[in-house]
Design a protein around this ligand. Structure first.
Ligand code: ZN
Length: 303
């Protein structure tokens, strides 16, 4: 038995193979530090380097939370500057299986909008299929205008982080900051989370396809869960209650009131908070119940 283990370990070392039970993904938030990347028309908007960091962190968070046997490595986790060489070097030295670079686009023509996923060339099938899946997710599930998968020829230039990384590599352009609608979307937490969850689903599919022997399923995610929002239904009342009143102040949460179009006695329902995951909503529900709202429950949020 022991001999087998030793043999396997040496086998992996000699053959340069990694233990098949682990997958490493490098998530690269584009730009950073002295390099802000593209800028929006609006001064109140974030720059590309800030948005790419947020989307990268959401994406990494989903992978860490929902997939087992996958290690996430970030090229940067704050506003630091890294050269393109350093990003490539990090991915290659970690012997990563996937490299995902997150960017936002820009164009002098302000009407240009949509997402793009870039690969070095179309012959790298794993990269191409992954990029195609990301664009599919953007179009079908995130409702974005997909401009498709682009390669070296489409761009007429190489992208350093795609050309020199040795693993499955995709550079994702999440939208144009020079288009006002898209800049608005990219600046919302909602938009950033939707884009990250679209990339997450494509990534999960790519790993399942490329590494069928690795079990990455830790938690079953229902297909719609990631885009759904939840709230806590606190109580109902026969009469109108001010949401700023002492009744709700103790919660220290934003409370909203919905008037029902009904002839029943209970005309008003009160909700507290917005949550992007069921787990988070359930955690807060415990606290809400402890503050006296015994009938409180988690419900899907309606817009
Ligand atoms: Zn960029």
């Amino acid at each position: 038995m022991r001999r087998t283990i030793v043999f396997l370990l040496f086998g992996f070392l000699f053959l340069g193979l990694k233990a098949p039970e682990t997958i490493t993904v490098v998530i690269d938030a584009g730009h950073g530090g002295k390099d802000p990347g593209h800028l929006s028309h609006s001064k109140s908007h974030k720059s590309e380097k800030e948005i790419t960091l947020l989307i990268s962190n959401y994406l990494g968070g989903y992978i860490e939370k929902y997939l087992k046997n996958v290690t996430v490595v970030y090229t940067r986790e704050d506003d630091t500057f890294l050269s393109l060489d350093e990003r490539v070097e990090l991915a290659n030295s970690r012997n990563a299986d996937y490299f995902i670079s997150i960017h936002c686009n820009g164009n002098p023509e302000k009407t240009v909008h949509g997402t793009e996923s870039h690969v070095h060339d179309f012959t790298a099938k794993k990269s191409y299929n992954f990029a195609k899946d990301i664009e599919q997710q953007f179009a079908d599930r995130a409702g974005r205008n997909s401009r498709g998968v682009k390669n070296n020829d489409d761009r007429a230039h190489s992208i350093q982080v795609l050309k020199f990384t040795k693993m499955t590599s995709v550079l994702v352009e999440c939208g144009f900051l020079t288009n006002s609608n898209e800049a608005n979307y990219l600046n919302t937490k909602h938009g950033q989370e939707i884009l990250a969850s679209a990339i997450f689903r494509a990534f999960r599919g790519a790993v399942e396809r490329d590494f069928p022997e690795v079990n990455i399923k830790e938690i079953e995610v229902k297909e719609d869960d990631e885009e759904k929002e939840y709230t806590i239904q606190l109580m109902s009342s026969k009469t109108w209650i001010d949401t700023e009143s002492a009744e709700f102040k103790k919660l220290n949460m934003e409370v909203t009131r919905v008037e029902l179009n009904t002839t029943k006695a209970y005309k008003y329902i009160y909700y507290a908070g917005t949550f992007t995951t069921l787990t988070e909503a359930k955690e807060v529900l415990v606290k809400v119940k402890n503050k006296g709202y015994r009938d409180a429950m988690v419900v899907p949020k309606k817009d």
